[in-house]
Ligand binder design. Structure first.
Ligand code: ADP
Ligand code: MG
Length: 341
């Protein structure tokens, strides 16, 4: 069975299905294969985490879904199927600047970026910035949109929302600004919310609260979420499913419990060992993955993880296939023998 078939066979109710996605950049130095054959399903009402070290292609994957990469210099191939009932549309066949794509981008798929400082406009009130999204995508009046903005601020945990709706971004702390970004992301009631490292710029002490809030809202709004993070520890809190990405490929995908309790790919295992566990790492160094991510200009031939893998593998110069560990759990490693319990 091909990776595409394995992913396609998953019986979850699909919202988004990515097939053989390749996003390459043509640069003066050569071709950067940032995303190089990704297969991934985001089911309805589900939170999927995309994890991997910096440079693995996570943001490029999300920008490819959103149609935010100009071609050229990007060259995008494959399929990104967005399901509306029984019908699906291949987003890659739409004009990224056309009405249909804008419609989907505004009403159905929304994105929260990493840095709330640069995403909020300092000269407009918080309320105006939430209302702008509501007014653009609904038929509500200004007064109704403001009520909805207040309601959303309340939902994301801003105290005194009726008063604070008229304040400016500089009057909000970093954590509160990120909560506002979540409110804006949810303002049009999207079916898919993409959050690219939503807590990376935020103080660790308040990260957990924000993640918990996102999980609660994802369930309450019945939206799906693609949560991107370089930190597997972060996603444990919010993800139903995890896709582990390495050098432009998904190397393991499965339910969060399977990924944490029965990881199969050496890279997933290494990422898990590198999570510091509160109270358990005293006197014990948590492990750091050896070596560095290879340069995307010089991707190793065969298994891409070979330069950092501690295992002896006679087949490393051949590209490993996707292997089904069990339905819904797949890994891309020659060493998987199927004998794990
Ligand atoms: N516009 C671009 N032009 C050329 N290379 C890019 C561009 N955007 C990203 N890349 C490269 O693609 C690779 C993946 O980047 P990215 O998706 O941002 O990684 P991350 O997993 O950290 O989000 C990196 O090597 C990055 O340098
Ligand atoms: Mg990124």
């Amino acid at each position: 069975m091909s990776a595409e078939d394995m992913v396609a066979n998953m019986k979850d109710d699909k919202l988004l299905e990515i097939k053989s996605l390749r996003t390459h950049f043509h640069t003066p130095e050569g071709k950067v294969r940032a995303v190089d054959g990704v297969d991934l399903v985001i089911p309805r009402n589900t939170s999927v985490a995309l994890v991997g070290e910096s440079g693995s292609g996570k943001s490029v994957t999300s920008k490819s879904i959103m149609g935010l990469l100009p071609q050229p210099p990007a060259e995008i191939t494959g399929e990104i199927l967005y399901y509306q009932g029984d019908q699906s549309i291949n987003l890659l066949e739409l004009d990224p600047d056309g009405d249909e794509y804008s419609q989907i981008r505004g009403n159905e798929i929304s994105m929260i970026f990493q840095d709330p400082m640069t995403s909020l406009n300092p000269v407009f009130t918080i309320g105006n910035q939430i209302m702008e999204v509501i007014l653009r995508h609904t038929d509500l009046t200004k007064a109704e949109a403001k009520e909805r903005a207040i309601e959303l601020l309340d939902k994301v945990g801003i105290a005194n929302p009726r008063q604070r709706v008229d304040e400016y971004p500089h009057q909000f702390s970093g954590g509160m600004r990120q909560r506002v970004m979540i409110a804006i992301g949810l303002a049009c009631n999207p079916t898919l919310l993409i959050a690219d490292e939503p807590t990376t710029a935020i103080d660790v002490t308040i990260q957990a609260g924000i993640l918990e809030l996102m999980k609660e809202l994802q369930e309450e709004f019945k939206t799906s979420m693609l949560m991107i993070s370089h930190d597997l520890g972060v996603v444990a809190q919010v993800a139903d499913k995890v896709a582990v990405m390495y050098l432009g490929e998904v190397v393991e995908y499965g339910d969060v419990l399977d990924i944490f309790h029965s990881p199969q790919h050496p890279y997933t295992k290494a990422l898990l060992k590198s999570i510091p566990i509160l109270g358990q790492n005293r006197g014990r160094e948590f492990e750091v993955i050896e070596g560095t991510v290879p340069d995307p200009f010089n991707i190793p031939v065969g298994c891409r993880f070979q330069t950092r893998c501690n295992n002896q593998c006679p087949s490393k110069y051949q590209n490993p296939p996707m292997i089904e560990v069990k339905p819904g759990h797949i890994t891309k490693c020659w060493l998987y023998k199927g004998d794990e319990s």
